[in-house]
Design a protein around this ligand. Structure first.
Ligand code: ASP
Length: 588
């Protein structure tokens, strides 16, 4: 028998028992007469003692073991004299009677401790050693349980998990496809799905209402901490539903996940239109863990001879509470430089300090008297002690810049409480988004998203402003400023779908060529339907207050899309290329 117990299991009640444990040598300390060894497995760490007096040969043997050796130890559980109450097994130790090396190990390239000295790429190259660390393991286990709870909830609500293929034709979610050459069809390629979107809609036509799948999706995009080329979605679709049915059902799912995993009751999720989110927070995924909405100041600030404001299409302010008196010029300068960084792109930053004595101090004192500034304070709700930060500029850029500044102020002034969760449904996204470079509209969500019923007639217009104003029956779930899920009610009418394709610049032939299978299916009785997909890796990270999704993925890729452990992607040999009918132009 390799083990009678795991390394996380033994307690004071087990004292006196003879047990066998197997695991990895985490650390050992040699005190001459005694050698203490920490034995680790995924359940925990147990201290083993080798005693010179009771068995000198065994003790000698134990001293020779290096870190990460795999061993089996048999011995007696006894109470420890110096207890380690931080560890669940910290009240006991095992007095070793027998030791067997199951496998030797080379010295690991980094320490397998919580504060490891391994850099990212090294940890990824030796990911199996990295996963031995408790913090990584616990994230992977969290993910596994979250998946189980998701399946439990959805199947409990009548959803059926159905797999859809990975080798498909391109699904347009707005990213680049990964493609796979077909050996049997030389010169032709499959695409890996960016999402199962068209398949799940076809499953609705097939009558399989209430579908879900925890599924890999593939998008060839530039990578960031919360993006991976292959990631996982909880993908869902329902038939005979309105938006309200979807919101209720999936609010229920998320509510259940937070309650069962974290014992957090999220309450009813607030809702906000896309327009309101953009106006009040400058972003379509507001972080509601703190307030500080944007106040448009156009009417209050124009016409007083300050040309920067007079020429701006938009002027907006944020109120930072209670900081006026101790905000130094240096801090204001730093903040000004922060908004002027190319990533933010503001021209400058105006401030107004509302001082405790009721007076004001601002960078625009020359143009605005106390009465004007008081009017701004009243309008924005700023009180004595508060400070206003104002940006001005273009209509479409300035609110976004204010949104970024708001987040920065939130971070800088610790306005976000750890462990706080603020969900939000964002509703009524625009259907179409104009792309200046391409000179055409793109679907803001995807081309299968339905316009809101009241806006359908606007689709006949050829006025760009009217088209840009069409609202879609699309929704996002945002938690703590991160987009966790998104979906829409779909178009189920062939004519309307064709119309939408034409607004997106497809000729009827192109639409038929790319999406003929869906358009054809719509001719055979497509039910009204809609759905949503949640980013599963992201949900894990947000629930645990992490910014990176990487450790929730057992084998993630680095920023260059490389798997450092298996060294992929890699070249393939000429024979394989020939067989696939692929000609590669090799770069130097
Ligand atoms: N397929 C969509 C996405 O990946 C989600 C949906 O509309 O259901 O974002």
């Amino acid at each position: 028998m390799y083990r009678t117990h795991t390394c996380g299991e033994l307690r004071i009640e087990n004292a006196g028992q003879t047990v066998t444990l197997s695991g990895w040598v985490d650390a050992s300390r040699d005190f001459g007469g005694m050698t203490f060894m920490d034995l680790r497995d995924r359940y925990g760490i147990t201290q083993i003692v080798f005693n010179m007096d009771s068995d000198a040969a065994l003790c000698e043997e134990a001293r020779k073991l290096g870190r990460e050796y795999v061993i089996r130890v048999t011995g007696e559980v006894r109470e420890r004299s110096a207890k380690n109450l931080k560890r669940l097994t910290g009240e006991i130790e095992i007095l070793a009677k027998n030791l067997e090396v199951l496998n030797a190990a080379k010295v690991p390239p980094f320490t397998i401790t919580e504060d490891t000295d391994g850099g990212d790429d090294l940890r990824m190259k030796y990911r199996y050693l990295d996963i031995r660390r408790h913090s990584v393991q616990s994230k992977i286990i969290f993910r596994s349980v979250l998946g189980l709870e998701t399946r439990k909830y959805l199947s409990g609500h009548g959803f059926i998990e159905i797999e859809t293929p990975f080798l498909i034709k391109s699904t347009p979610e707005g990213a680049r496809d990964f493609v796979v050459p077909s050996r049997l069809n030389p010169g032709q390629f499959y695409a890996l799905p960016q999402s199962p979107q068209t398949f799940k809609q076809i499953l609705m036509v097939a009558g399989m209402d209430k579908y879900f799948q925890i599924v890999k999706c593939f998008r060839d995009e530039d990578l960031r901490a919360d993006r991976q080329p292959e990631f996982t979605q909880i993908d869902c679709e329902m038939s005979f539903v309105h938006r309200e049915d979807i919101l209720q059902t999936f609010e229920g799912l998320i509510h259940h996940l937070f309650l069962s995993m974290l014992e957090v009751d999220l309450g009813a999720f607030p809702r906000m239109s896309y327009d309101e989110a953009m106006q009040r927070y400058g972003v379509d995924k507001p972080d509601l863990r703190f307030g500080m909405p944007i106040h448009e100041l156009n009417e209050k600030a124009k016409g007083k001879g300050f040309s920067i404001f007079d020429q701006a299409a938009y002027i907006g302010a944020l109120v930072l509470s209670g900081e006026a008196d101790h905000y130094s010029n240096k801090e204001i300068k730093e903040l000004t430089e922060w908004v002027q960084r190319p990533q933010i792109g503001a021209k400058g930053l105006i401030y107004v300090k509302c001082l405790e004595d009721g007076s004001f101090k601002s960078s625009v004192d020359k143009f605005y008297g106390a009465e004007d500034l008081r009017a701004w304070a009243d309008f924005t709700g700023a009180k004595p002690g508060d400070i206003l930060f104002i940006l001005s500029g273009e209509q479409d850029k300035t609110p976004k810049q204010l949104g970024e500044l708001r987040l920065e102020l939130g971070r800088k002034h610790f306005l976000i409480q750890a462990g706080d969760f603020k969900p939000l449904w964002v509703l009524d996204f625009p259907l179409l988004e104009w792309d200046e470079e391409a000179g055409r509209f793109f679907a803001m969500h995807h081309p299968f998203t339905s316009p809101k019923t009241g806006d359908i007639e606007k689709m006949a217009s050829d006025d760009r402003a009217v088209l840009a104003g069409i609202r879609a029956d699309a929704y996002d779930l945002v938690i703590n400023g991160t987009e966790i899920g998104g979906g829409s009610i779909r178009i189920h009418d062939r004519g309307l779908q064709s119309k939408n394709f034409s607004l997106l610049g497809f000729t009827p032939e192109q639409a038929q060529d790319q999406f003929g299978f869906l358009l054809n299916a719509f001719e055979f009785g497509a039910p009204p339907h809609g759905g949503i997909a949640f980013g599963f890796d992201r949900l894990c990270a947000v629930m645990q207050g992490q910014t990176s999704i990487r450790d929730y993925i057992a084998f993630p890729k680095n920023n260059m899309g490389r798997d450092m452990m298996i060294d992929a992607p890699s070249a393939i040999d000429d024979k394989q290329l020939k067989e696939l009918g692929v000609n590669v132009v090799k770069s130097e």
